[in-house]
Design a binder for this molecule. Sequence first.
Ligand code: NDP
Length: 341
Amino acid sequence: NKQVLLKDYVTGFPKESDMIISTENTISLKVPENSNGVLVKNLYLSCDPFLRSLMQKPKPNSKSVFPGFKPGSPIHGYGVAKVVDSGHPKFKKGDLVWGMTGWEEYSLIQQADSLFKIEHTDVPLSYYTGILGMPGITAYGGFYEVCHPKKGEKVYVSAASGAVGQLVGQFAKLMGCYVVGSAGSKEKVDLLKNKFGFDDAFNYKEEHDLDAALKRHFPEGIDIYFENVGGKMLDAVLLNMNMFGRIAACGMISQYNLDEPEGVKNLIVVIPKKLNIRGFTASDYFSLYPKFLDLVLPHIREKKITYVEDIAEGIESVPAALIGLFSGRNVGKQIVVVARE
Ligand code: NDP
């Protein structure tokens, strides 16, 4: 049973050598007697930025939803898998599921209650790592439930071409908003404008003055900011927010590899502008999953929503694919295929 193990706790920017591909493990393909777990064959693994926080030595006040990884043990993350054996009444052999799994070829999942059964297979199965999985619910909950968007509002999305951002932009267009995204390369900016239908987009790496770039794109100010990046970007956005603006604090990837997070200099504007900044996690909205599917599946089928994936082949490609998120190597949702069926 090939596995991806954490070699040692990570500090700073993660490296491929922080992970090891091990072939030492053997696993029985039967669920132990009296267990209500499920034994799955992992098909697609979802590379997500939050995994970085689980690779470091746990910090005393971290309020992580998941326990951190232990050196020498397999990494866990979201994935799509096929049930091989089940001791759980909700699942049977052959079912397709998505949820937290081990990053290995086969996993025994004890908390099977947390798995989602995949009912719709007329769309690509890999979508359940992205648009129809955790990042999709993040975009949905963060945009609709946190930001309460209204037609005509001005929306800004950072890390806009990624797993979450590309969907937020498309939701904003469906809502009749004006939406601008930023990303880190020309290829990504072209995708935002020509594939995802953003009204405009810019390469933040080419802007020396982010405040000026935002003023250029939002002469009337920003009503909604979908925050994926943090740091200097958040500082510049705060200066450009309109009165009663909403900021969905989804992620702050620019901070994840820093020993000390950067300060936010302009935070004081939240008072006179009466801004609402709200953090949230995908799991806050898991209960809305059926409602979310009802909205998104028809749009996918009618090609009103599109989704770009960056697919790496084989479990050996996990280390490079995962660390690529932090240099922006991925174009769209980063996935690793372990097996196709
Ligand atoms: P992406 O698919 O967008 O991949 C990460 C992207 O972040 C990279 O491609 C890169 O794009 C950008 N990036 C990396 N480092 C930096 C940096 N220093 N400054 C600016 N941009 C950077 O990832 P996701 O869509 O999966 O995640 C986006 C954000 O949402 C992350 O912050 C993540 O932690 C958060 N998130 C939060 C969840 C929640 O439950 N709250 C759930 C899922 C995601 P580029 O080339 O444009 O720089």
